[in-house]
Design a protein. Sequence first.
Length: 1234
Amino acid sequence: MADPASTPLGKMLLEEITPVVMVLCTPYVEESCLKNVPVRTASDQPYRLRKFKLRLFYSSDIRQPNLEVAKERLKKVITHVGEKNFLESSDPSQVNNLLSRPESEMLPSWFQFFNKELVRTLSFSDHEAFDHPVACLLVVSSKDDEPVNRFVDLFNTNKLPSLLNDGAMDPKIMKHYLLLHDNQDGPFNKATKLLADMRNAFGQNDCQIICFNSSQDGKIHHQDNPWAPFKSDALPTENLGCFLNLDDLNEIKDFMQELSSKHIIPYMEQKIRVLNQQVSATRKGFRNQIKNLWWRKGKEDTIDTPNGPVYTFNSIESQIRILGDYAFMLGDYELALSNYRLISTDYKLDKAWKRYAGVQEMMGLTYFLLDQSRKDAEYCMENAFNTYLKLGSAGRRNATRCGLWWAEMLKTRDQLKEAATVYFRICGEDTLHSAVMLEQASFCYLLSKPPMLHKYGFHLVLSGDHYKKCDQIKHAIRTYRSAIPVYKGTTWSLIKDHVHFHIGQWYALLGMYDVAVTHMLEVLASTHQSKTTQELFLRDFLQIVQKTGKTFEVLKLQLPVINISSLKVIFEDQRTNASAAAASVKESLWRSLEEDMIPSSTARSNWLELQSKIIPRKYKESNICVAGDANSSNNEVQNNEDRTSTSSGDINSCLILSEVDFSLEGGETTVVQLTVTPRIEGILKIVGVKWKLSSAVVGLCNFEFNPVNKRVVRGRRKQHSPSSDLKFLVIKSLPRLEGFIHSLPEKPYAGDLRPLVLELSNQSKFPVKNLKMKISNPRFLYAGNQKELNADFPACLKKKMNVEKSGSHANVNKTLQNLFHFPEDISVQEETSLSWPLWFHAAVPGSIPLYISIYYEMEGVSSIMKYRTLRMHYNLQVLPSLDVSFQLSTRPSRSQEFLLRMDVVNKTSSECFQVHQLSSVGQQWEISLLQPVDSILPSQSLFAGQSLSCFFMLKDRRRSSTSEDSIPSLSHIQSDVRLGPQDNSEAFFDVSSSPLADFHDCERSSQGMSSQGCEYKVDFVFIAQLPKGNRDSSSNAPLVFSHHACDCSPSSMSPISWLVDGPRTIQHNFSAPLCEVNLKMTITNSSDAIASVHINTFDSPSSNNQPIDDATTSQPPEHQSGWSEIPIVNDTKIITTEALTTRVPKSLSLESVPQYIWSGTSSTKLVLQPRSTAEIPLQICVFTPGIYDLSNYVLNWILTPVNDGENQGEANKSSGVCKGYPYYLSVLESNFKD
């Protein structure tokens, strides 16, 4: 470390802790003045004083300063500095530029001056001796009457400071007598005689004379302050020392040097030696130390008092403190430290805490100047600081001084972080002092390595806040402005808002409204702030603007925040929109929907390129709009407080500009749509938006896009520019259709089936024709026939009496293709409308978007645009209604019959549904109830949360025919079951006709199921109703709900089924030779392929493990019989089961002779034609009575398609293994012979 004495702290100590000389003078002396060292102390080793300074005080100033007066002086100092810096202030430097400056330029110069003034407020404390006068300088003028007597009168005890009279200071101090002669008052002779009298009275060496004011005209001008070299805080003053010539100044200088070197220093040396001898005799040495400890024993139990014991100047403790302070002032720091250590223990035992803290403070400073033991120095300063704080208000100012010296000590050793912490700890009850300390702490963080910028800025803000509390507004602005570069470009948005907002407020208090508005604009887009804070920002901003008395036009005003990146320009060329929702849909979705509807040439290329010969070349890159059609721009606007923003509007012969008034609630983001309607042909360009905020501030936002310079590869098209979206070529007016769907529910229940009406309106003077319509999801919506427009609903859905059923319906292709062609004779004439029926079905619950595009052509209107499209978009929220699931299982004894279980759960919270019917789709299935619904659901109504389970018998009439049996007439097969009252004569809903059949085909298509080749699968349609007066119905007619289930079939079970038939119980006398039992196995091939079946029987458990054909063992598990999981293929749950389960062979006990054997053929092979049945005889021999499970056989099957040739290999074949199912035979012993 550098020489401690040359550091800022060392210089401060050498200036502030120096001997004090008390000056007593007569009024004539004041009048005259107003016209304008080797050292040896206690040791024998001499040393040189590198710097020695005396502090001269009038006797009236030797007292403890008045606290209020000191505070007021400090406040004036800070205010003066604030005024000066505010006038000289400029824009704050960037942080990088600030760090590049030298430290001396970074730190405000007035910090040291303030710190010294703050330290001086503690002068002349009774517990410290370095402010005690070491000498008294008595000064008398040669003009005084009887100067010798005047000297005696000056040192009268009544005129001495109270600290000397009260015993706190030693009144027996060195006296030096000075006769002052003003050359303006006469010749020097009289003064010489008076000096001789003084020396006779007071001694030859203690009396001196100074002659000054030698200039006769008082016009001497000194370029610099004559006292500046001797007083660091001397201020430049005009006409200072105008009567003092150079000789006068040298004489004064020589006098002070002589006073110091020949009087003050020798006196202090002598004093140190005397005190050191006394202390050594009474306190040093082992014996004296034991004696002192014994004498002070028991003082530890005394009660603490605020000020502790009172020590007079002649007490041994005071003498030791004087000895230490004198040694410190003369630079003998080792001697000073030893005495400080000695007295520290005494003060601690006496619980004189203020004196103890003062000694600890001086020990820390002594360690610092000795450049020894940083740890000990910091420990002493920490101990002193904490002890002062424990004293409360009595020690607060001493703690501040201690903290200042401690912080300077740490800064000297480059411990800037720790120094900042000390400055922060100094902050106390005095707000102004705290503000200065916080600002000094901020610079410590800035100068640390590496710089701690966030803490630097944060402490500047804290300092500014404290300055504002003390009405130091200019200092507050200065510190806050210094913090702006720290937070610029960071994510600390809250503190940035705080800084700008308060700077704006404070500039407004100073009447600088223009600058205030500039800062307030920075906080208007604070989306991260609370609503209350935002309202505060806005209110103050508007008040400041109002005080300026003018309307501000602000470019890029941040309230509201306009998100230019979200700007969307909506214009209508050949594409028109029925609503804003349709305009917000992505263009790619509309293109894919309209791909097979618009003319093929337009679909393959851009229509603008198609008309390249018609449109001028300079407009090829412009968009085209139609005169009379509104072009809109959607602007995302965000704000966090209530306010009104108005866009300017204008109407002239060329354009109609919109004007929109709107308000935004706190935290609200909205999209404002502004429109411009061109009235004539030409070029239209949108350049920006303008609005007025609360009738006070006009905001401007230009739609500027930063061009990105990218190299265009030769042969490639130039990239699209965002600014080109704002430029339009306006052509003449064209017809435009408007469309609306009446009675389309926004929140229907799943399964809702109802008719709707599409209305197309043409308000132009020209007709449109060749209409086509494309619907994105025909599962929910498709176009009906014109004759259905006024049909009676729901009666139009019922079956008609005496009408023969047909196996198909005519509207299948129309529905699945999604594209509807209006009849050729249909057109929409000028100023008329067209109504067309639509069918709506809420197929599944969820959020469902519907996209509808209507194509129409215009004839003889424009050579540029031949057709237009109308786009419609709706969002539906389909709510859950009925959850319908089916479980299908076969009967082992009758393979053509199935048991169907239907489960229905009402998932709504309040609705009550009436179950109506269950229908099978297709003419080959017959369905019947196993038990009346009245016994399960007497009310025929399914209430909210209620469930219903019904069982049905399902027969496949086509599967039941095995040879030449006739198939029942399709018209007599009952495919509908009424779930309501059985005596109800109301007709069934016709599921084989439009629209139910069409929507069912859409269900199959949406699930990827073909309508062909499904003869052996069954689909179901469950129909329910909501009673009249339902809340969602616009009329009194009941709502109809249809739920569709597809591919409910036993297709996953084995295509080969069989049935073992025979006796279940027999009696036999086993004394007879044999007990033979005849059985019969009926095998059915339910598939459309040729089946090769191989039946193997085995007698013993070991035979169960015999090898199986390679064709069967190679098959995957899914071709084996038994239970298997069927995935849910649509929204209605379908569960199908098989008649037989896969059985795991039982562990049988091994016996040498089986209890029964298969006596017929052990292996049988046969071939079954498609959908045929065969019978095979079986026989067993039983040897002992018992109950036998005749399931030890296996069926191996291979299916070969009918059209499969011999040379096509095994690719199209399938095979499987079926194990026998349990067949129990009871054999009883009989006493009678057969």
